[in-house]
Design a protein around this ligand. Structure first.
Ligand code: 13P
Ligand code: SF4
Length: 319
């Protein structure tokens, strides 16, 4: 604990000395989220991380999350220095959507509006008409549908299927998935609901359709946290990365929060749902990146003019 406090003090001082701000995602370690809060940074979902980084006057952003979040910040603010605790923190959705294959998929369907999830590389964003996050995907697809547009969607198939079910939009789907949310099991969740009949089930839409069907609320990380403030239930069963419990406990200190099961055997699996890449954001890495300037995000300057357009479109739409 003393060591942790020492790291926190040193990071806070380094942030100040370097005109830097810490921008953290809800899935990072609670200690990293707390540090971001205590040092005037932000803890939020991927949409608001992007907006905060773009609008903040600091000259260096330290993005504690996964690589696409750092790249998004760099695309939106090429003049800022964007550091990450480690550049190795990636995302299975990003890995599963390589630019060459994605580009030929787009070439085969030139009549479709290309909508990509934020969890993608800068090159994939540069091919897109719109970038969306789970906070705004539904509204944006509804908007495009109203304009009669057909959609090419990538890369998360579960979020894509959920939106298609909700809106009836014509969506051609890339078959990517999140290795964390894909592990939630519907039958075990049914069994757990039987034990806690008064619980509301909160589900992130990267989860499989059978799990989403059991949800009382389906939403982005920020929308799920909001649900714990607004719903009257004494108990919440939560199907998303366990990092979110830090903020949920703050938002609803008097409620019982239970992790949705990731094991198929009916047993509740404690602390299973945690993104291995989010977990790489440790305090020692935050400090060394800041002090040594390692793990700086670089985005090919040729991609930025193309990639910034669908991102700005998303931020304007959700303003
Ligand atoms: P949010 O946009 O809901 O924060 O989700 C980002 C993410 O990576 C979910 O796994
Ligand atoms: Fe990617 Fe899933 Fe990790 Fe989110 S939780 S960063 S979607 S692998």
């Amino acid at each position: 604990a003393e060591e942790t406090e020492d790291y926190k003090r040193r990071i806070a001082a380094a942030l100040k000395a370097r005109n830097a701000v810490l921008v953290a995602h809800y899935y990072t370690d609670p200690v990293v989220q707390a540090l971001a809060e205590e040092t005037g940074g932000c803890v939020s979902d991927s949409l608001e991380m992007a907006r905060f980084g773009r609008d903040h006057p600091a000259t260096t952003l330290v993005v504690a999350g996964v690589r696409f979040m750092g790249e998004t910040s760099k695309i939106l603010s090429p003049e800022k220095r964007v550091l990450m605790p480690t550049l190795e923190a990636t995302c299975s959705l990003d890995i599963g959507c390589p630019i060459d294959e994605f580009s030929s998929f787009c070439d085969q369907h030139p009549e479709r509006t290309v909508v990509v999830y934020a969890n993608t590389s800068a090159a994939v964003k540069a091919r897109a008409d719109w970038v969306v996050t789970s906070s705004c995907a539904l509204q944006i697809v509804e908007h495009l549908m109203d304009r009669g547009e057909k959609i090419l969607w990538a890369p998360d198939q579960h979020l894509g299927n959920y939106i298609q079910t909700q809106t009836g939009a014509d969506m051609l789907m890339w078959q990517g998935s999140c290795i964390v949310h894909e592990e939630f099991k519907a039958q075990s969740l049914i069994d757990l609901k039987a034990v806690y009949p008064e619980a509301a089930v909160l589900v992130h839409p990267e989860s499989p359709a059978a799990v989403i069907e059991l949800a009382d609320v389906v939403g982005s990380t920020s929308q799920l946290i909001k649900a714990t403030e607004t719903l009257p239930n004494p108990t919440f069963i939560v199907a998303t990365d366990r990092g979110i419990f830090y903020k949920m406990q703050q938002a609803a200190p008097d409620r019982q929060l239970i992790e949705a099961p990731t094991a198929g055997n009916g047993a509740t699996c404690r602390s299973c749902a945690h993104c291995p890449w989010m977990a790489m954001n440790t305090l020692p890495r935050v400090l060394s990146s800041l002090e040594q300037g390692t793990d700086e995000i670089e985005v090919d300057s040729g991609l930025i003019p193309q990639a910034v357009r669908p991102l700005e479109r998303m931020l304007d739409f959700t303003r």
